[in-house]
Design a protein around this ligand. Sequence first.
Ligand SMILES: C[S@@+](CC[C@H](N)C(=O)[O-])C[C@H]1O[C@@H](n2cnc3c(N)ncnc32)[C@H](O)[C@@H]1O
Length: 181
Amino acid sequence: MEKLGNDRVLVSDFKQQKLETDAQKNWDLFYKRNTTNFFKDRHWTTREFDELKNCRESEGQKLVLLEAGCGVGNCIFPLLEEDLNIFIYACDFSPRAVEFVKKNALYCTERCLAFQCDLTKDDLQANIQVGTVDVATLIFVLSAIHPDKMQKSLEQIYKVLRPGGIVLFRDYGLYDHAMFF
Ligand SMILES: C[S@@+](CC[C@H](N)C(=O)[O-])C[C@H]1O[C@@H](n2cnc3c(N)ncnc32)[C@H](O)[C@@H]1O
């Protein structure tokens, strides 16, 4: 609390607007600089989200997942390896990130479809049929979206989700480790 109390510097309105206008360009540059080396593969998803293992309505049902804001695929590739009966749609607004996903040795068109999409603007239905996704994941993505645009992004996801489908998200929180260190 002491540390927070001392932090009184606000980002100027101009800088805030510029960061928002350039968000897509900046993320694309991020992947140009870091390629696939920044985030670690997320091997914790089935441990943290019971729903990923328990949401099939019948044994043998193919699970259809949407990883919204997939980056270079650190979330999807461990899942594809772990669960052979899963199809994953993966989208990101960085064209470079999507290319990295497509170039991954584990990418195969029978099991996944990666495409570019700005969740705050574009129509997910251009690539995904309405009401067909069982589980949508947003892993450290909502924090990258301006609060004013979060609702539109979630409405988009809602449209492609099947009735009773699930949205799983993980993100930064107030007073968490990332905020202080
Ligand atoms: C912290 S990364 C997380 C990537 C991935 N979910 C993972 O678990 O590694 C956040 C991702 O969200 C993407 N992103 C941010 N805003 C977006 C938007 N409006 N539409 C689509 N993707 C977006 C960024 O390009 C970036 O790849």
